[in-house]
Write a protein that binds this ligand. Sequence first.
Ligand code: SAH
Length: 367
Amino acid sequence: MGKKTFISKVEAVLEKRRLAKEDIIFLLELEKKEELEKIFCRADKIRKELIGDDVFIRGIIEFSNYCRNECLYCGLRRQNPGLKRYRMAAEEIIDTAIDGVKRLGIKTILLQSGEDDSYDDGKIEMIIKGILRDCDCRIALSIGERGVDSYKRFYMAGARRCLIRFETSNKKLFGEMHPASSASKNSFDDRVRLIMELKKMGYQTGTGPIIGLPGQGVDDLAESIIMLNKLNADMAGMGPFIAHPRTPLAGEADGGIEMGLKMIAVTRICCKDIFIPATTALQSLDNENGVERALKAGANVIMPNITPKRYRELYEIYPGKANIHDEADRCVESAKDAIRSAGRDIGEGYGDVKRRAIEEKEGQQGS
Ligand code: SAH
């Protein structure tokens, strides 16, 4: 009897058109297998109704592991002297992107790096134009905080997507995790303002939290989901925290695959037609099935790594990163395998995000 009542509470919450913060917390705290199945199933149904079966592939090029920042969780932080640093030359980045598009059939190139000022705005612009001159694709940037004018310039050069996480919705925790440096104040308000500016400029903007940062409660995670809606984010980029032994957070517990999957599912339920990738961090916690499980819990994007193999190990934001020993071809193939085994379709187009107004989505979703 007790059990039956409890299950029906899960169902009642899942039927709601709009979830309150307490509902989100309730769902994120569920642990029993059959309860989780219900959440994943609901998320999967919403995904199918609102955005269909296509899964879009974005190829990541991690072009530099130099970073001016000291983010407590990240292995690329400046004060990790044990890490061998590398920078890819502009030509090499362009060639890698062209190979990804022309040979591997990738439609979005995601350029990611530490916050490395040696790539000044002119150089980033040149790389964007160099790629677009030779191939038909979308370009997404994940290069950290730069001024609004810099991002305007990159947009003019042809970049259309941007990925910059708010990392945690808790301002105090954000401050603790991101010490100010000579290069940047690293403030939560500045980060959020930049995300809003990027949206205004016309970028399809991805953001989100690290899941399970030390000191982060489920309240913070619920707020993160609410924040994704407030910011009208186009994509929810989020993955479980994985402790790096050469950072101040060495030895801390990781965020866990279950919470990673629950966050995907509850984000899908609350943010409806947002795009959600099965992130590398999630995959790293379950190399065999992580991607497929994410796809079945509401995700619709995969980001295989197409960085030249010799740099892979050096882009060590956390240890045990998935696919670091695989060639680009293999990474793209295993993304496609995961899509097929989840019974989904490989997205053919660019996979542009076109979110509708939230009211419209709530109306359409039915119950
Ligand atoms: N310099 C860029 C890209 C950083 S790497 C930027 O700051 O936007 C991309 C993401 O990896 C970060 O935004 C962070 O959310 C995530 N990350 C870093 N260290 C991590 C860790 N130890 N565990 C899980 N995710 C981590």
